[in-house]
Write a protein that binds this ligand. Structure first.
Ligand code: HMG
Length: 332
């Protein structure tokens, strides 16, 4: 390639990447649910409630706050009703919960939830371990939940887990994920979140997956849910943004993981995600300093260092949000 050709190639590449950044990204916080469900030390209800309050105070508008799964399967989430009955609901903030079956749905409904999330697996092996049934049976049960929720006027969000790889079955065919995604939309889900449950995805495998999924699913109704096990979360997210997806799941302090997904580690950290988005010039309306405080609050309680690199790096250097945003935007 001669010099002029090279220059115009790079100019166009920069244009392409700039135009692929959306003007707004919706962050769906999963810390109080996905973040805590794998913690062995039981987190008292009042700590969960305080965490949710701090997350809302930082500006998050979607906070998945509990799950109504069997307490025999996930003890950490056994206080879902107490959590949902006692949180201070801030107007304009959405507090969805995860439900695996009609029993969980009925319990959630007693707490006046407005949104439930259903979560079929993208692989047989994980479905058996996580839901104690096949993918097909899981979809049948989730349809019962979705039908009832739609009838009751609640919003339904869908997850598909193990969209790239499964700890029991290995790599997953993107066509399988596209089909389950379509089924979730046909059940009435307003959005489907694609979960790389064990964080094995790379920008390459995520692109391959999305090329298939967006053949039938509208990108504006998809969300991305990356676990950061191999440190690929942000790179995978960038690959997803190129497809026009503008909702991203993340977890405060990088907490998380599914107890039934061998090898799963924490989610993409919300602090890292917000810093990254400010760097791209994408406004999130989230106060990064308050978010960092929320991350420290829960990490201190759990007695372990935060998994968020941004939280660690920033230390006590910044006292206000504007300064951190300036740094993210390379202005200082
Ligand atoms: C689906 C089941 C219930 C099947 O579990 P099962 O054992 O086959 O169910 P069962 O119907 O035989 O019930 C067993 C016992 O649990 C009770 N039970 C049954 N359901 C409920 C309920 N909803 N709430 C309260 N109790 C319930 C039920 O009443 C019974 O109690 P007993 O009669 O023995 O005293 C179980 O496998 C389960 O709860 N699984 C959920 C596991 C889980 O929470 N995993 C983590 C979330 S998924 C995830 O993290 C991935 C995601 C979404 O984040 C995406 C990603 O990361 O990629």
């Amino acid at each position: 390639m001669n010099f002029l050709k090279k220059r115009s190639y790079f100019k166009n590449a920069v244009k392409r990447s700039i135009s692929s950044s959306p003007s707004k990204v919706r962050i769906y916080e999963v810390g109080p649910r996905d973040g805590l469900q794998n913690e062995s030390k039981f987190v008292p209800t009042e700590i969960k409630i305080e965490l949710i309050k701090k997350l809302a105070n930082a500006g998050l508008k979607d906070i998945e706050s509990a799950s109504f799964v069997s307490p025999k399967w996930v003890k950490q989430m056994s206080d879902g009703q107490e959590v949902m009955k006692n949180i201070d609901r801030v107007p304009g903030v959405n507090y969805p919960v995860l439900v695996p079956n009609l029993k969980g749905y009925q319990l959630a409904k007693q707490c006046n939830v407005e949104e439930v999330a259903i979560f079929p697996a993208g692989s047989e092996g994980f479905s058996q371990k996580n839901l104690n049934c096949s993918v097909e049976e899981g979809l049948r049960r989730f349809k019962e939940v979705a039908d009832q929720a739609v009838k009751d006027g609640l919003r339904v969000r869908g997850y598909v887990s193990c969209v790239v790889g499964c700890p029991y079955d290995g790599p997953i065919n993107p066509k399988v994920i596209a089909k389950i995604t379509d089924e979730l939309f046909s059940m009435g889900c307003y959005e489907v979140s694609l979960g790389d449950t064990i964080g094995v995805g790379t920008a390459g495998s995520v692109r391959k997956l999305l090329r298939e999924v967006v053949k039938t699913a509208p990108p504006e109704k998809l969300a991305l849910h990356f676990h950061d096990t191999y440190g690929q979360g942000l790179a995978n997210l960038l690959a997803g943004l190129e497809f026009g997806i503008t909702t991203v799941d993340s977890s405060i302090s990088g907490l998380g993981g599914c107890p039934y997904a061998r090898g799963a580690s924490g989610n993409l950290a919300t602090e890292d995600l917000v810093y990254f988005l400010y760097g791209l010039g994408v406004n999130t309306d989230i106060d990064l300093v308050k978010l960092i405080e929320a991350g420290r609050y829960i990490s201190n309680f759990l007695g372990k260092p935060t998994e968020s690199k941004v939280n660690r790096a920033i230390g006590d250097r910044f006292k206000n949000h504007k300064d951190v945003v300036q740094m993210a935007s390379c202005a200082i």
